[in-house]
Design a protein around this ligand. Structure first.
Ligand SMILES: N[C@@H](CCC(=O)N[C@@H](CS)C(=O)NCC(=O)O)C(=O)O
Length: 107
């Protein structure tokens, strides 16, 4: 199942997703959506992200947008990502629990 990353390298949140994938060895297909020429407002892309912003991902049946949500998903969905990444994003999103701290601190 190929992970598709829709973004643009001029976009900081798009770069965050691309860098995260590269650092963690996650294979992905990069699809450039040129928001500087309005391609993010075309119907095909708005089916992926109705908010018409990059980045967005498609992974199997899942369509996801908002870079922080994407990073949380990637940190938990791909086994090669170190546990501390998931904990970091749980802390960022306020979903961190005592049990998640205990389970990652033992690694
Ligand atoms: N909160 C969003 C911000 C996304 C965002 O603002 N993307 C910009 C590029 S950096 C965009 O697509 N702008 C197009 C527009 O607003 O029309 C995220 O973190 O993913």
């Amino acid at each position: 199942m190929t992970l598709k990353v829709y973004g643009h390298r001029l976009s900081q949140p798009s770069r965050a997703i691309i860098i995260f994938c590269k650092v963690n060895g996650i294979d992905f297909e990069e699809v450039t959506i040129d928001f500087t020429t309005g391609k993010h407002r075309l119907p095909d892309f708005k089916e992926i992200n109705p908010m018409a912003e990059v980045p967005a991902i498609v992974h199997g049946d899942l369509k996801l947008f908002e870079s922080h949500a994407i990073l949380c998903y990637l940190a938990s969905a791909f086994p090669g990502v170190p546990d501390h990444c998931e904990l970091l994003y749980q802390q960022c999103t306020g979903t961190c629990t005592q049990s998640s701290i205990k389970s990652t601190s033992s690694n």
